[in-house]
Write a protein that binds this ligand. Structure first.
Ligand code: URA
Ligand code: SF4
Length: 214
């Protein structure tokens, strides 16, 4: 592939996708350079019957090692908040906008680096294929990277969080902050507030799901 070829995972997506087929195909993806830095493809996880899909940015250090999304510190915050908001974790599918871990060494630590527009675009066919199989009632973008990738570059999480937006991606779509932003809050009080606001946004989703079931 020429160095300036933008790359896309599209040709790798199976014609009649199922979650297991997608996972298997994505495991061998080399559509962008991130396969070299990541240990493995971290595909989405959850049941095909999931009613809500939550999309993060990319796997973190723990996720990269374990091969599963949201199993590290951010995942713990997410799990707790989902429970508190009344969203059944078993009916939620979690995935990421980019499926390999992008990082830079700092001493012995691997510091997360934001995926760029080319990497997001290259990986997008996997997310689109997941959504085409899952057809969730609700879609939640976690953080600015996922939100801007799914809802457009002009989307501002700070201004538009927790508010359902019109989108072809699912009947109900909204964005909120990334759970790792809660962990980065400067002190306990800020962390409590950030967490409560995150749970409030997820409650909007819980209410939409409850209404859809009636
Ligand atoms: N942060 C993400 O965006 N995704 C994960 O899977 C873990 C941390
Ligand atoms: Fe493929 Fe996505 Fe990994 Fe890039 S980040 S190699 S597009 S799975």
């Amino acid at each position: 592939m020429p160095v300036d070829d933008p790359g896309t995972a599209a040709p790798l997506v199976p014609e009649r996708p199922t979650l297991p087929r997608l996972r298997e195909a994505a495991a061998g993806c080399r559509a962008c350079p991130l396969w070299k830095t990541g240990t493995q493809t971290v595909f989405g996880e959850g049941q095909a019957q999931a009613e809500v899909v939550l999309v993060g940015e990319q796997p973190g250090d723990r996720e990269d090692r374990e091969g599963r999304p949201f199993v590290g510190p951010a995942g713990r915050v997410l799990d707790e908040a989902l429970e508190e908001a009344g969203i059944d974790r078993r009916r939620a599918y979690v995935t990421n906008a980019v499926k390999h871990f992008k990082w830079q060494a700092r001493g012995k630590r691997r510091i997360h680096q934001k995926p760029n527009a080319e990497e997001l675009a290259a990986c997008r066919p996997w997310l689109d294929a997941e959504l085409s199989v899952l057809r969730p009632e609700a879609l939640v973008a976690l953080g600015a990277t996922a939100a801007q990738s799914l809802l457009g570059r002009s989307f501002r999480v700070t201004k538009q969080r927790g508010v359902p937006v019109e989108s072809d991606l699912a009947p109900h779509v909204l964005a909120t902050v990334h759970p790792s932003s809660i962990l980065r809050a400067p002190d306990d009080e800020a962390r409590r507030e950030a967490y409560a606001a995150f749970v409030d946004d997820l409650r909007v989703v819980a209410d939409l799901l409850a209404a859809a079931r009636r």
